[in-house]
Design a protein around this ligand. Structure first.
Ligand code: NAD
Length: 516
């Protein structure tokens, strides 16, 4: 038996470092730099609300492929002739779902729970069971407007991560000058292991539980990693189901399909915004994107659209890394061909791996490909201090949220590698989400050209303010006025962006005051 402990527990003098505390380092530095009012700092230091809840769903029967070694003992198992092959849904991880009555009317040969399909493989039949998933919604701050932020479906999520991402949204909405606060949430799930109908059931149940916490004027979700316009449509349907005023409630989510109230330009908006920022970075130096080499990490929504737009402006894509592989071509990758390869329905993982127009390299070598620009557009924490030491690019434009660790930031500064921080570089998504929200509220529909013109103006104007804060260059031009935001000394770009955000948020507390 353990000895009784009769000493007093003393608080750990150095609080535990987490992803959230790391992400908030820059907040505290900016708060110190501008002398942020102490109560405002307390308000922003922790989220308003942290919701954790669970959703359950009944899964379908599935066939799990047997390793060829194990399949040997089924050598003489005859092939099961499936009468309705459309009932078989192949997943990226090799499993096959049985939709509807896929095996009904087929000559099914099952031995010890296994069957052989026409592809020759032996599969174990796993009966569908119910499963529980952990879900989150963090509502960080709403001083400037309703909470706003994406829904992530990913295996590696946590309250700590969603707190960091929700806070980022608070800063980003302030920087983009859209009247929203910050939120983020999602489900701990690898969506590639589930079928279309299963994801539908899980998403509907998720919204069923989320409904009491959100609303078009309270908290507005959008797509993020692992979710898309289809998931948003399901969320909207569940939220508005049976509501008598359902047509005016479409602003409950953004990132919808344009045919059901989404905005033109929203799908490409984040990638488009990344490129507007890069374009402005070079315009400031009297240069264009023509001939500029670049590499991209992550070839999903943000990475692929950024690559396509940058290539369209004359940039040359040299390397792409995603979760399943890395491809490299020193002569330039044909972006249109790569997009076609990734979106081919036969490419179940939707990965760049195996693309015939480039050679395969290791992920560690991806970071050392010499390019002008690196666009991280995958997950957070990818550029560590160690990787930052090896990079051979001149500019990093952060398409992903939090791709660069605080340690890497210090290395980049030391090495003179320029940075366009995420809270401005990837703010295009939330900016066009705001345009979608207004269009829904007004029952309007804007053209892509209108949307892009507004987006370009919003991002370039605010990026210029950030550059001026960074250079301590207070000025008023036709496009922007940085005079209220500079701090009397030069600061690095990430700190400059945070200063802009905090000054805008603080104004709400100071002028509107606190209700209690
Ligand atoms: P997505 O799911 O469409 O694509 C993610 C891509 O990242 C995929 O190509 C995947 O293979 C790759 N990836 C995942 N893990 C990886 C790993 N460990 N190493 C290398 N590659 C990996 O997601 P998305 O919507 O393009 O979002 C990408 C990033 O951009 C995220 O950080 C997200 O928070 C951020 N972001 C997205 C939006 C948006 O509008 N979609 C807006 C702002 C910020």
């Amino acid at each position: 038996m353990a000895e009784p402990q009769n000493f007093m527990r003393v608080a750990d003098p150095s609080p535990k470092r987490t992803l959230y505390t790391d992400a908030m380092e820059i907040f505290h530095r900016a708060a110190d730099t501008i002398g942020l009012a102490p109560r405002v700092r307390l308000e922003l230091e922790e989220p308003d609300y942290e919701h954790i809840f669970y959703v359950t769903a009944k899964l379908k029967d599935r066939l799990r492929p047997l390793h060829p070694e194990a399949a040997r003992s089924f050598g003489d198992l005859p092939v099961t002739q499936v009468r309705d092959p459309n009932g078989l849904e192949r997943l990226a991880d090799g499993q096959i779902l049985l939709n509807g009555k896929a095996l009904l009317g087929s000559d099914v040969m099952i031995r010890r729970g296994h069957l052989r399909l026409a592809d020759g493989g032996v599969y174990q039949l796993i009966p569908g069971e119910s499963q529980r998933f952990k879900a989150y919604r963090v509502q960080h701050n709403q001083a400037r407007g309703p909470y706003k932020g994406g829904i992530r479906y990913h295996r590696e999520v946590s309250l700590d991560l969603f707190k960091a991402l929700a806070a980022e949204m608070t800063w980003k909405t302030a920087i983009a000058e859209v009247p929203f606060g910050g939120g983020k949430g999602g489900i701990q799930i690898d969506p590639r292991q589930y079928g279309k109908e299963e994801l539908e059931a899980i998403t509907l149940r998720f919204m069923y539980k989320l409904k009491r916490l959100i609303g078009p004027n309270i908290d507005i979700p959008a797509p993020d990693v692992g979710t898309n316009g289809e998931i948003m449509a399901l969320m909207m349907r569940q939220y508005l189901d049976g509501e008598s005023e359902r047509h005016v409630g479409r602003a409950i989510v953004t990132g919808k399909d344009v045919r059901i109230g989404g905005s033109e330009g929203r799908v490409k908006a984040t990638g488009q915004g990344v490129i507007y920022c890069i374009e402005d970075y070079y315009a400031d130096r009297g240069e264009t994107l023509k001939g500029k080499t670049f590499s991209v990490q992550g070839f999903g929504n943000v990475g692929s659209n950024a690559a396509e737009i940058m290539a369209g402006l004359g940039g040359r894509l040299l390397a792409v890394n995603d979760s399943d592989g890395t491809v490299f071509n020193p002569d330039g990758i044909d972006v249109a061909a790569l997009l076609a390869y990734v979106s081919d329905p036969k490419n179940l993982k939707r990965s760049v791996a195996g693309f015939p127009g480039a050679q395969k390299i290791e992920k560690k070598d991806f970071w050392e490909v010499p390019t002008e620009v690196l666009i991280p557009a995958a997950l957070g924490g990818e550029i560590t201090g160690e990787i930052a030491e090896k990079l051979k690019c001149k500019l990093i434009a952060e398409g992903a949220n939090g791709p660069t660790t605080p340690e890497a930031d210090r290395v980049l500064l030391k090495r003179g590698i320029d940075l366009i921080p995420d809270i401005i570089a990837n703010a295009g998504g939330v900016t066009v989400s705001y345009y979608e929200w207004i269009q829904n509220k007004r029952m309007e529909s804007w053209t892509e050209a209108e949307v892009n013109a507004k987006l370009e103006h919003a991002l370039k104007r605010n990026y210029r303010i950030i550059r001026d804060i960074s250079r301590n260059n207070p000025r008023k031009t036709e496009m922007h006025d940085s005079r209220p935001f500079t701090v009397g000394k030069q600061v690095e770009p990430r700190l400059a962006a945070m200063i802009l955000a905090l000054k805008r948020i603080e104004a709400h507390y100071i002028i509107e005051g606190f209700s209690q």
